[in-house]
Design a protein around this ligand. Structure first.
Ligand SMILES: Cc1cc2nc3c(=O)[nH]c(=O)nc-3n(C[C@H](O)[C@H](O)[C@H](O)COP(=O)(O)OP(=O)(O)OC[C@H]3O[C@@H](n4cnc5c(N)ncnc54)[C@H](O)[C@@H]3O)c2cc1C
Length: 287
């Protein structure tokens, strides 16, 4: 018989996960569309009773985003400007109704190539906190998402938080999404950039693109080309000539591979200029 459980403590949830195989239900905005009208064949572990997993916290070394934190929670929470790209991505996830229930962690666990949260978390060097009865481990996001719908989540484990080191939560950032229309749309391509600018020079750059490979990727050559440049037209020139070998887009109903590569270069430039602009006017995304 299929079971449904809605634990109220993490210990209870982990004990259940250790005893049997469960599908984890958070906001359900990927879970239910994937399930469709099929009968349930697996136990359902509903994590919406785990109040301690909802919200954002700060320690001496990290920012912690609890696994049940919604996109709206994130947008409303005061965070450093380095998180602006993530907040801008949050405002692009589906509609306001989706953002009100869907979790940041669910976006990662669903592991869609078009998950809007991934590039913005990659440029923050985010880590995923995984818990089981036996242990807690932290994996860099790029090691957590293995491919289209595949993650490093092991039987008995759940994601309990996403954490960002305060060393990485520096500088300014921006996100750009290209869809077939402006609102409520799956990305054809999206990009996030985080820059640290000192005396008008880019001292550090982190750039990631999604929907142009099975898993969103950081662009090492673009990042290297941006470092040391003054904040002027040189940034766009460097992006135009840098290699983007990490990208391997496919042709699909939303766009051809060739179009995606062209579009990726353009939205990377816009995201970098957006991050640089935030640095000059020192604005943060307001709730
Ligand atoms: C109309 C609509 C529009 C959408 N538009 C966008 C969009 O524009 N951009 C975008 O990126 N996404 C979009 N989505 C997808 C979805 O809203 C997001 O991916 C969302 O962040 C998923 O979060 P959730 O809490 O609803 O996850 P759920 O649907 O509850 O779960 C998603 C998956 O993650 C697993 N999971 C969830 N939490 C955990 C956990 N703590 N530990 C382990 N596994 C877990 C679940 O088992 C499931 O496999 C859209 C969805 C809908 C229905």
């Amino acid at each position: 018989m299929i079971r449904y459980a809605k634990p109220t403590t993490i210990d209870e949830a982990l004990t259940l996960l250790g005893e049997a195989s469960w599908s984890i239900l958070a906001g359900g905005t990927d879970f239910y569309p994937t399930q469709g009208a099929k009968p349930f064949r697996e136990n359902v572990l509903d994590i919406n009773g785990l109040a301690t997993l909802r919200g954002i916290a700060e320690t001496d070394s990290h920012w912690l985003i609890g696994a049940r934190t919604t996109w709206t929670d994130l947008v409303r929470y005061p965070l450093p400007a380095a998180f602006d790209a993530l907040k801008q991505a949050a405002l692009e996830v589906g509609s306001v109704q989706i953002q009100n229930v869907a979790s940041v962690a669910g976006n990662l666990c669903n592991a869609s190539p078009a998950a809007d949260g991934v590039p913005a978390l990659l440029v923050l060097d985010a880590e995923v906190e995984l818990r089981s009865v036996a242990m807690v481990r932290h994996l860099p996001l790029e090691k957590f998402i293995l491919g289209n719908r595949r993650t490093e989540l092991q039987p008995g484990e759940m994601v309990t938080a996403i954490r960002v080191s305060k060393n990485a939560a520096t500088g300014t950032s921006a996100f750009e999404k290209l869809g077939a229309r402006r609102y409520l749309v799956i990305s054809i391509a999206m990009a996030a950039a985080r820059l640290t600018i000192e005396d008008g020079i880019v001292s550090n750059a982190a750039v990631a693109v999604g929907s142009c490979s099975a898993v969103a990727r950081r662009l090492a050559s673009v990042e290297a080309a941006l470092r040391g440049l003054p904040v002027n037209g040189a940034l766009v020139a460097a992006i135009q000539s840098a290699s983007m070998d990490e990208l391997s887009p496919i042709d699909d109903v939303r766009g051809s591979a060739e179009y995606r590569l062209d579009a990726a270069r353009e939205i990377v430039a816009r995201a970098v200029l957006g991050a640089a602009g935030h640095a000059s006017d020192d604005k943060a995304v307001a709730a």
